[in-house]
Ligand binder design. Structure first.
Ligand SMILES: C[S@@+](CC[C@H](N)C(=O)[O-])C[C@H]1O[C@@H](n2cnc3c(N)ncnc32)[C@H](O)[C@@H]1O
Length: 357
């Protein structure tokens, strides 16, 4: 078997290992958690580590195979691609996501790049529509080189200071780590939410989107590469996440995607904002009605001009509904699991003025 055949076999082995680990993490773990009071964090973390090691080891296994030549040509051609690479190493010859990353971000022909993005967007949407959510999220994250988030489905107070599988991404402000009980963990949006919000917000070339509490940048990267929005801002209070998101988007050449390391409750939204994405970044506490403060901020803008707001937060949705400035345009329920128990959440689209559609 030649080199490329070996590579395909290794890549397929990695994908199979991922599928087994995902089945255990997402399907078996919730059942286990029903019979144990503690969610088996260790099981989940170990599986995630194994998945990650599989990816790292694949090129090594390949290199020490029968014809042990090293081909690093692609790394020399595209040194810039390593800038967003805290995930899988894009210089690795058997990185199964390398070729796609190249065509989506580094093809010099803008038309071919746009066509590759449109094709992949449809593929991901198809996966989501058929219920293959984990696969869609995994493909998206690994292709872009985003760090994996290890604490979906765990109560927020049980999550540790380092919640990603990459070094240097540390919660310094949130909850018991920095004393801000209103600040929620950096759990990235799932593609099923982003796919819904993309359709609902219907962003055009005049739109400027702000992701409120943008974490490591999954949502802003998604909107930046799959919509026509003129600018996509993240606002993120945690300095490590904001720095990562900026370095990562720049490394992929997403020059209109930018993260501001700011507290959205203290600072104004960018003045040209036309659309807002709100994946429950914070909640109100006894001391601090963070959601009320932010609802007032949105109402101030919405009173002056059209604003579209996609919201996953029952509290903010109630405030917008009651405030008289925004009206509800669309709504979609989703199921999620905490400690293996199914719960539902609802995404809602509000608009002010003539902002609908
Ligand atoms: C649930 S994560 C969402 C990440 C991202 N929006 C996404 O959908 O993939 C919420 C993020 O909001 C940030 N955050 C919470 N309160 C904030 C505030 N007042 N200003 C800016 N960011 C905040 C948290 O640090 C966290 O990273």
């Amino acid at each position: 078997m030649g080199r490329s055949g070996d590579g395909e076999i290794i890549a397929e082995m990695v994908r199979t290992a991922e599928r087994i680990a995902d089945a255990l993490v997402y399907k078996a773990a919730p059942y286990i958690s029903e019979t144990h009071h503690e969610f088996p964090h260790e099981i989940l973390n170990t599986l995630r580590r194994i998945q990650h090691e599989d990816l790292r080891l694949a090129p090594e296994i390949y290199r020490v195979g029968p014809d042990a030549r090293v081909d690093r040509g692609t790394a020399a051609e595209h040194p810039e691609s390593s800038a967003g690479a805290r995930g899988p190493d894009p210089t690795a010859i058997d990185d199964p996501y390398h070729a796609r990353r190249e065509s989506l971000f580094f093809d010099e022909d803008p038309e071919r790049r746009a066509a590759a993005r449109a094709e992949w967007r449809d593929e991901l949407r198809g996966l989501v529509a058929r219920g293959h959510h984990e696969q869609a999220d995994r493909e998206f994250g690994r292709t872009l080189g985003l760090p994996e988030y290890n604490f979906h489905g765990i109560p927020k107070d049980d999550r540790p200071q380092e919640q990603f599988d990459a070094d240097g991404l540390v919660s310094k402000v949130a909850g018991r780590f920095g004393g801000r009980e209103d600040v929620y963990p950096p759990e990235p949006s799932k593609l099923k939410y982003l796919t819904w919000a993309k359709e609902a917000l219907n962003l055009g070339p005049d739109d400027v989107l702000v992701d409120v509490g943008s974490g490591t940048g999954k949502a802003i990267d998604f909107f930046g590469m799959f919509t026509d929005a003129k600018k996509v801002y993240g606002m993120e209070i945690e300095p490590d996440f904001a720095a990562f998101a900026n370095q990562h988007a720049a490394g992929l050449g997403l020059n209109h995607v930018r993260t501001l390391n700011k507290d959205v409750l203290e600072e104004s939204l960018p003045e040209d904002v036309t659309a807002v994405y709100f994946y429950e970044p914070f909640g109100s506490t006894k001391e601090n009605d963070a959601v009320g403060t932010f609802a007032n901020k949105l109402a101030e803008i919405g009173e002056q001009r059209p604003l579209k707001v996609a919201v996953k937060s029952a509290n903010l949705a109630e405030r917008l509904q009651a405030g008289g400035v925004f009206s509800l345009q669309d709504e979609k329920p989703f199921t999620f699991f905490i400690h293996g128990q199914p719960k539902t959440l609802s995404w809602k689209l509000f608009t002010s003025g003539q902002a609908a559609g």
